[in-house]
Write a protein that binds this ligand. Structure first.
Ligand code: ADP
Ligand code: MG
Length: 263
């Protein structure tokens, strides 16, 4: 656990095409990232960001292309696997809207996620946690900054705290690759800042892909940014470079101008 982390490729996406009845939501997408790494994916509405996540998790199958994922020392083509098999390999996704169990405590929410694959909800609630399980829950609580809320009902948490809990619920299943969709939407400035710190901390020993619209937030956390546009990668690089690129300005400013016209 204490050995230094080597940066090695974990995901390689080649020429992926997703076809919705003739409309290509992804057209020849190429993408790769390392373990560990924090990558932010941006792009205007309809660029294919959600579809990109759907195709990694197996929710959507591509018409063409391959997605190779490194798992347990082997390269696996995700297109050959079902959604639950992909989750088991170590790919976790946090959706945009928090879906915590409001009537259960923060601790119980994490405990259920820990057992999601093995036991059912009731078995989890009515069985005594073993020591390693309790330690795992405590560790995740600490990471997401909710240790002092462990016995509070999840429903009583602020919006930002619910988002962190939900990140914890994915994290506790030990993914190597975490996909996180718009984590800071609706958060206060302070929560946004804490979320940035959390994502950078997670990226020490995970690969993390974050989809984000809040440009100020992206600037504050991102090292490497991938810009999607019309189903493929427009440009990729450090945020300062990407931001200054005329193509990027055009797709964002172009859309802003359209929005102004229609207003
Ligand atoms: P983003 O997340 O970047 O806003 P999406 O991946 O949601 O973009 O969508 C990319 C494009 O694919 C959009 O034009 C969208 O309308 C279309 N699309 C997404 N899902 C479907 C679907 N299930 N059926 C048909 N078209 C879809
Ligand atoms: Mg989307």
């Amino acid at each position: 656990m204490t050995e230094p982390h080597q940066h090695t490729p974990i995901l390689k996406v080649e020429n992926v095409v997703v076809d919705y009845d003739g409309f290509k939501a992804l057209q020849g997408l190429n993408f790769s990232m390392d373990y560990p790494e924090l990558r932010v994916v941006i792009g205007p509405n309809g660029a294919g960001k959600s579809t990109f996540m759907d195709v990694i998790t197996g929710k959507v199958k591509p018409a063409e292309g391959t997605l190779h994922f490194q798992a347990n020392g082997q390269s696996v083509d995700l297109t050959t696997l079902r959604e639950h098999e992909i989750a088991t390999l170590g790919i976790g996704r946090k959706f945009q809207r928090p879906s915590v169990f409001s009537n259960l405590t923060v601790w119980e929410n994490l405990d259920i996620s820990l057992h999601r694959k093995s036991k059912g909800l009731f078995a989890t609630l009515f069985s005594k946690p073993t020591t390693p399980e309790a330690e795992k829950v405590s560790e995740v609580l600490k990471t997401i900054g909710l240790s002092d809320k462990a016995q509070d009902l999840a429903g009583s948490l602020s919006h930002g705290q619910k988002q962190w809990l939900e990140i914890g619920m994915v994290l506790i299943q030990n993914p190597k690759l975490l996909l996180i969709d718009e984590p800071v939407a609706g958060m206060t400035d302070q929560e946004t800042e804490k979320t940035g710190e959390l994502l950078n901390e997670l990226a020490v020993d995970h690969s993390v892909i974050v989809i984000e619209h809040d440009m100020e937030f992206v600037r504050s956390i991102a090292k490497m940014v991938t810009v999607l546009h019309e189903g493929s990668v427009l440009i990729e690089g450090p945020m300062e470079e990407v931001q200054a690129d005329p193509k990027v300005m055009e797709i964002y400013l172009g859309r802003a101008a359209e929005a102004d016209d229609s207003a």
